[in-house]
Design a protein around this ligand. Sequence first.
Ligand code: ATP
Ligand code: MG
Length: 358
Amino acid sequence: MATVAEIREALRGVKDPEIGRSVVDLGMVRDVEVVGGRVTVTLALTTMACPLQGRIGAETKEAVQRLPGVAEVSVRFAAMSEAERARAFGAAEKRQEKPTAAQFNHIAEVVAVMSGKGGVGKSLVTALLAVSLAKDGKQVGILDADITGPSVPKMFGLQARPEGSPAGLLPVPTRLGIRVMSINLLVEREDEAVIWRGPLVAGAVKQFWEEVVWGDLDYLLVDLPPGTSDVPLTVMQSLPVAGLVIVSTPQDLAGMVVRKAVRMANQMNVPILGVVENMSYFTCPDTGKRHEVFGPTRGEELAAAAGAPLLGQLPIDPEVSRFCDAGRIEDYESDAYRELARAFARANGAKVKAGTAR
Ligand SMILES: Nc1ncnc2c1ncn2[C@@H]1O[C@H](COP(=O)(O)OP(=O)(O)OP(=O)(O)O)[C@@H](O)[C@H]1O
Ligand SMILES: [Mg+2]
């Protein structure tokens, strides 16, 4: 005849269907009585009204009946005591504890790159700032928050899909080790159009923050879509953005566009780290002469409008497009961008000292 120990062992195969753990591990087997060929098992349930009582009872009977010498099995139910319940729930919680990305993410600064209008070079500035910071030994990530017009993976020539882990998706590393997450890395084809409504787009951006294992980063740069619409709002609301970098060109109605961005930043209580004027000038390769192609530079005017330092004035460089198109942005060397990265790091340090970091 089966012993009490053997019966308990057999009951390991019976699981609480809701929690998915054995009734033995959950401390639900309160008593096992063996008299001749008759076995009585008493199970403690979290509540006597447990809707799964019938199923657990039937499985218990079946498991015990299979043992040698067992002629009859009856199952009794009792309600768990407080102590038993605490133990059972404690065990269940332990099992359900899933690692989260947040447990692995230690990000010193989240900085969003913003502009009043499209095509001014936000993505390029984000990418080259990341490259310069990485070359200066910083750990950098880029969150491509431009869901409907993502351009970051192409500049770095990234093809690999993000790998999964129990805690979340892993960003794809560039050759210099910049960690990138973009919707472009997740869609089947690079040129696939993402046509989503606003809330879905905002949801995806939030997921890139909450469900991506970024790890330890000095900077997470967020490449925003143009304008001051849904996504910039979501980013500023849902991410601990420490500061904004505003990109503009001399061509813009600079003052107005920057003022709009400043208003939004103020409303959202996010400091502006600095302003970058892109496409400020073109240096003629033949004569070495500077031409202000898009009109006189307005760097100082921009900085005054933003109440923040001018981090850099970047030249128009036809070379840069070639590097972008070839997916080799990391090979592009430019003093202007190295200087930009240093000014950025200085502005960041000043902000932290001034205690405006969030
Ligand atoms: N300083 C520059 N010299 C040469 N080409 C540039 C420069 N800045 C940007 N470009 C080119 O201009 C185009 C637009 O740049 P980019 O994609 O970075 O702008 P964006 O502001 O991110 O645009 P969007 O608003 O669509 O996101 C790209 O092809 C880029 O290579
Ligand atoms: Mg862009």
